[in-house]
Design a protein around this ligand. Structure first.
Ligand SMILES: [Zn+2]
Ligand SMILES: [Zn+2]
Length: 454
């Protein structure tokens, strides 16, 4: 995105007033309406409405009880409406008229439990786990045609149960899921919408992304939404930087999707997520089109006990509501994380200043990364052989390591970088030392600002 000086001045007053993380609701109310604070969220997760492990209320509660401010239950190709239905992603029972009659007057999704006729993740354990947390009456079950059906709560019921003004927000949305030829999984989140549409399958991810976004703009003309290109590396370099260079209208992608485990460094000459990001933005900056912004998400399917330590996105907004968050996302006023947090991020049109929100003792480092105007623009096509049955051989474009190089390093918790005449943009990454070798993502706990240019 291009944060012009004028745009910046508009937001800088608010920034100067904001005290970052931890501002109480009371303090917020006593300030002017322009006071902004950080809100933490996850906008990519799954539950029994599609292929996630837990019941919907268990999934929402999992985030709420771990200090998240907002979530989007983004199930695959389905929105959690009140309409009576029996099919969900991956579960399609054969329903006779007699079976359907047992559900007369009922609403929402009734999903059959796992048995010899049904293969899915809805087990007695899932039901028991939910009843244990929310009471015996919290889950409704019905027998029909030899199957046991469990009722899923709709989005509106989840809002009723969990949403709290200024404290916790549920955002509607879904993950548009499908694949292109060559086993390329092109998944995209529509966030802020309540209607789904049929997956648009094209030969090339470039066209799938373009046409899906165009279809969304038409369908959701009346409701502003966020569109994100999900887990581009999964399963095997499925969406290339080239696809996002060619689609500057795609403003958001998952920089870190920690629900998907794989070693991104499968090949030294291919890209990891950060290099992917900078490759796209080097060419976008050169073309003077909006830069790609990076989101952090869990893509959570399993909900274990214990703390939440995976991906999140933190947006700076005046209020915890969808219009305010959307404004923050569109302005690039957010960061993504897989373990650390910023206390401050400020850009005055020339200088990017950041401060780490230190939660535990240790040594911290700030890396200012960017791209120089005269960067090496060579794009090489290399062949990568399929690693597993689920992937296919690929021809991928690779980019110079100059792209996204470290421009300056600060050892400590506060630092700034002033753009030089030959910089295309700068962004900051914070890490805790020593860098942990993470199986989920080799970079270990870190957080990333968006790219800024003058
Ligand atoms: Zn996906
Ligand atoms: Zn997903």
């Amino acid at each position: 995105m291009k944060l012009t000086r004028r745009d910046f001045l508009k937001t800088s007053t608010a920034t100067a007033l904001a005290s970052g993380v931890g501002l109480t609701a009371q303090a917020q109310a006593s300030e002017t309406p322009t006071v902004k604070r950080w809100y933490k969220g996850n906008m990519h997760q799954h539950c029994q409405w599609s292929d996630g492990d837990p019941m919907p209320e268990y999934a929402i509660d999992w985030y709420k009880s771990r200090g998240y401010d907002f979530v989007c239950p983004s199930d695959h190709n389905i929105f959690q409406t009140n309409d009576l239905r029996f099919n969900s992603s991956g579960t399609k029972p054969k329903m006779t008229a007699e079976m359907k009659a047992a559900f007369k007057g009922e609403t929402s999704l009734w999903k059959p439990m796992q048995c010899d006729k049904i293969s899915n993740k809805l087990t007695q354990k899932v039901v028991d786990q939910t009843r244990e947390r929310f009471g015996a009456d919290s889950v409704r079950v019905k027998e029909a045609g030899g199957l046991t059906f469990v009722r899923m709560k709709s989005f509106d019921e989840l809002v009723e149960q969990f949403a709290e003004d200024g404290k916790f927000l549920l955002i509607p949305g879904f993950e548009q899921t499908g694949s292109c030829p060559d086993k390329r999984a092109v998944h995209m989140n529509f966030i802020g919408v309540r209607k789904t549409f049929k997956y648009i399958k094209k030969d090339d991810p470039v066209d799938t992304l373009r046409e899906t976004l165009a279809a969304g703009r038409e369908l959701y003309a009346d409701s502003p939404f966020l569109f994100t290109a999900n887990h581009p590396m999964w399963k095997f370099y499925d969406i290339s930087p080239t696809a996002l260079i060619a689609n500057p209208d795609v403003r958001f992608f998952e920089l870190n999707n920690n629900g998907i485990h794989r070693d991104y460094a499968a090949r030294d000459d291919a890209w990891e997520p950060e290099h992917f990001w900078d490759a796209v933005n080097a060419f976008r900056a050169l073309a003077d089109v909006p830069l790609l912004l990076g989101m952090g998400s869990d893509d959570r399917h399993g909900y274990p006990d214990g703390p939440a330590t995976k991906g999140w996105t933190v947006a700076r907004a005046a209020k915890l509501d969808w219009p305010s968050l959307l404004e923050a996302f569109n302005a690039g006023d957010f960061y993504s994380s897989n373990g650390l947090d910023f206390a401050e991020i400020n850009f005055d049109g020339k200088t990017l200043s950041v401060k780490i929100n230190v939660k535990e003792e240790g040594d911290y480092r700030i890396e200012f990364k960017g791209v120089k105007k005269n960067f090496d623009k060579t794009r090489k096509t290399v062949a990568v052989a399929a690693e597993e049955k689920k992937s296919a051989d690929r021809l991928i474009e690779t980019f110079s390591p100059e792209i996204g190089a470290v421009l300056e390093t600060v050892e400590g918790t506060e630092g700034s970088y002033t753009l030089k005449a030959d910089d295309l943009y700068v962004r900051a990454k914070i890490v805790k030392l020593p860098r942990a070798e993470s199986q989920e993502w080799r970079t270990g706990p870190a957080a990333w600002t968006q790219p800024y240019r003058s």
